[in-house]
Write a protein that binds this ligand. Structure first.
Ligand SMILES: [Zn+2]
Length: 251
């Protein structure tokens, strides 16, 4: 309705995605603290005179004000909290890990405006950890993937049998069964990961970084493979950015 003031809201947000719209505008996908995932149009931000265009880049942590629209909300103000992406823009492994993180955050919030505060906190923590560069980026990524999937109700069983609950530890691991299985429940084609790999997955799930970082590269690679397979099984298709993650060891 012309002249009617649209309701405004203000929130903390992470920029998940930025798409061009016409000559001067952008559509931004935000994961907000209070309002869940929101898509909003940012008008005129591609003009060099735009006051907040530069703050709306992927991986930015912002304080945003939007006005509610009938189809899309509109961004009316942006303050930068931390331009996290700038701190790994030229670091390809971290950049690709961040891309997989925001892609999963978007996949796990299929419904707009459905509050997802724990996922928001988890995503912010992971992007900050990538920006701080104190931990290996691939471990930060795999910890995020495991924890985000667990929050979605898809934690892999890592100790007791995924099928019958028989107390572990067990050696067989089956993605379709939901994790480790006892000998009775072990399906054909089950894998037998290095026990250290299962320990690493447990350490990443609970955030035991000392134990996680004290693992061999081969164990970290095996862990990454199981995490990716577990993710693909539950999401039914792989994240586009996951195969691009550079997992070579730093020279
Ligand atoms: Zn069993």
């Amino acid at each position: 309705m012309p002249g009617m003031r649209r309701p405004l809201y203000r929130d903390d947000a992470l920029v998940l995605r930025v798409q061009k719209l016409g000559e001067a505008d952008r559509i931004v996908t935000l994961l907000t603290r209070q309002h869940g995932r929101v898509r909003a149009v940012a008008k005129g931000v591609r003009r060099t005179t735009s006051r907040f265009g530069a703050r709306l880049e992927p991986f930015s942590h912002i304080d945003v004000q939007c006005s509610e629209g009938t189809s899309l909300d509109s961004v009316t103000q942006v303050e930068a909290r931390d331009m996290l992406g700038r701190r790994f823009l030229t670091d390809y492994p971290r950049y690709t890990a961040a891309s997989a993180i925001v892609e999963l955050a978007e996949r796990l919030t299929p419904v707009e405006r459905e509050p997802a505060m724990r996922l928001y906190q988890l995503t912010l923590g992971a992007l900050r950890a990538l920006a701080d560069a104190e931990r290996p980026g691939t471990l930060v990524l795999d910890a995020y993937l495991l924890r985000a999937m667990s929050q979605a109700g898809w934690a892999p069983a890592l100790r007791d049998c995924a099928v019958c609950g028989e107390p572990g530890p067990h050696r067989a691991f089956s993605v379709p069964s939901g994790g480790v299985t006892c000998l009775n429940c072990r399906p054909p084609g089950a894998a037998h990961p290095d026990p250290a790999t299962l320990d690493l997955m447990s350490a990443l799930l609970v955030g035991d970084w000392a134990a996680a970082q004290d693992t061999e590269a081969a164990v970290q690679r095996e862990c990454a493979g199981f995490v990716a397979a577990h993710l693909q099984w539950h999401l039914e298709r792989q994240l586009r950015s996951l195969p691009l993650v550079d997992r070579r060891e730093p020279a």
